[in-house]
Every structure is written in C-alpha cells, then in structure tokens.
Design a binder for this molecule. Structure first.
Ligand code: AKG
Length: 277
C-alpha cells in the first residue's frame, strides 16, 4: 500500500512522467523557509548565490530538513521503494523580471547514472506559475530515449551547459502551477523547461535531483550521496556525511565543496567549457 501518493498519482507518474501538485508544507512554513533562505543569502554570499546553488542541503540545516521531509520521502518510497539516497540538490532562483530561462532538456542526460528511471521533487518556495516562469513538462516524453542535446552555454540559460533539445512538440506542454509549499515530481527522462520570470517577485524552487534506489549505479564519476532512508548504497560505504546541525555547520563546509567538485566533473564531462555551477 502506498504511503502518500494515490494510485491515480502513481499511474500519472508512469503515464505522463510527472505528478503535480502535492502539498508538502503549509504556505506559512514555505514562506518562513524562503525568509531563512534570504537571510543566509545575505549572511553568506560566497556560499549561496546564483552560481553556488548546488547541494545547499549539505550545509544548511533547514534545507537538509526539507530533503529528509517525511512527506517527500514517503512519496519517493511510493515510487522507488524503501532504500533511498539523494543524488544532489539545486536551488533554482529566477529574479523578478529577469531573462533567465531553462531550455528543453532531460535531467538524466548528464547525471552519469545507468538508468533514467528516477523521480525529482521540485518544491515551490514562492508562487510558480506562467507569470513567474513555472516548469512546463512535455507529457509522455519520458517514454522515449534520451534525445540529442546541444550545449549552447547561452547567457540567460541557467542550466549547466545551456543544453537544449530542438524541435519539441510544445502542444504537449503542461504547466506545473504550484503554490508555496507544494511540490511537483518529475521523471528523470521527461523533457521539460521553463520561461523567464515576468513578475515583480522572485520565483524560487528547490529541486531535489534526484532520489535514487540502490539498483541504479553511478557509471560516470564519483557522486557523494546523501543517505535518506533504508539500506545504504554500497558506494556510500566508508563515506558518512555529517548532517548540518545548524546553518553553515563548519564540519559540513568541506563536504559540500568536495561534493560540488565531484558533481561538476560529472555534469561537465566532455563539455568544451565549464561554468561555476
Ligand atoms: O526551476 C526550473 O525552472 C527548472 C528546474 C529543472 O529543470 C529541474 O529541477 O529539473
């Protein structure tokens, strides 16, 4: 029996490649997390900024708590079973009236895993809708294989390589409208992207990319996994990450640095150039 997701939601994940919306925390709690995020952005500008946006959960206790949130983890268990590790996380922020966008892509393309079959929850910390630049999913596209992506490194494209899949049938696009505190869940092979934020408020989404069962192996590079629940992965052995007891817990800073260096090796493998995220 599933813990959080209904049978219909689980079927939707397999048929269409995404589920949305699922309430995780109240709007008030989400806005308090946003306020804490903005406080640490102001206090630790070198550690958290538009380029230093990966694996914040490794050093910031309030984001570690979100990565381990029982509603998120129970939903993941409904999709992948009881043994769960988190591959990485990315804070996707689009500033008010900015040109930043995310081109059509499939997450699994550059993750160096031997499967594309895994879920990513994306938690809204501000309203995510057509005006603020929500994610759009191409329904059912996870059923086809990984498409060819062209690296563009385009200036306002906030994906690592600015990678893009051309010639998408946008008529199958479904906008994932989320209120603060709600999440969407998308499949590792679904084609998705997002448009610029035309509003006067920030659009903030915390992408927990991705929760992975032990049956899926890292075949490119060496990822540093966050153990979440159940049996540990064998490639986590000997590597016990400390969870941050408070924001910027000193013991976790070096861990995050190494995790991000490793992540960069994986995400930019074979690329002509590297960005700082
Ligand atoms: O935040 C966005 O607009 C895009 C995020 C994304 O592509 C992802 O979480 O996989």
């Amino acid at each position: 029996m599933s813990k959080i997701l209904t049978r219909q939601q689980i079927e939707q994940y397999y048929d269409e490649g995404f589920i949305s919306p699922v309430r995780v925390i109240s709007e008030v709690e989400a806005l308090s997390i946003k306020a804490e995020l903005e406080e640490v952005e102001a206090n630790f500008p070198d550690e958290i900024n538009s380029e230093s946006r990966n694996n914040l959960h490794l050093s910031f206790a309030f984001l570690d708590a979100l990565a381990h949130h029982p509603i998120i983890v129970d939903a993941m268990e409904d999709l992948i079973g009881p043994d769960i590790a988190l591959w990485a996380s990315v804070m996707f922020i689009k500033e008010p009236a900015s040109k930043d966008y995310v081109s059509w892509h499939q997450d699994a393309t550059y993750m160096g895993l031997n499967s594309t079959n895994f879920p990513t929850p994306w938690i809204a910390l501000s309203p995510s809708n057509k005006e603020t630049g929500c994610m759009t999913m191409i329904s059912g596209s996870h059923k086809s294989s990984i498409q060819s992506h062209e690296d563009t490194f385009a200036e306002n494209n906030i994906l690592t390589r600015g990678q893009v899949i051309e010639d998408i049938d946008e008529s199958k696009g479904v906008d994932l409208i989320l209120e603060p505190g709600e999440m969407s869940i998308h499949h590792g092979a679904i084609i998705h992207g997002s448009q610029p934020n035309k509003s006067n408020q920030r659009r903030i989404g915390f992408s927990l990319q991705s929760y992975i069962p032990p049956s899926i192996q890292q075949v490119v590079g060496r990822n540093i996994w966050t153990h979440i629940r159940g049996r540990k992965r064998h490639d986590e052995d000997g590597m016990t990450l400390e969870r941050p007891k408070h924001n910027m817990d000193p013991i976790t800073i070096a861990q995050r640095r190494v995790a991000n260096e490793n992540l960069s090796e994986i995400l930019y493998k074979g690329a002509k150039t590297k960005r700082n995220y």
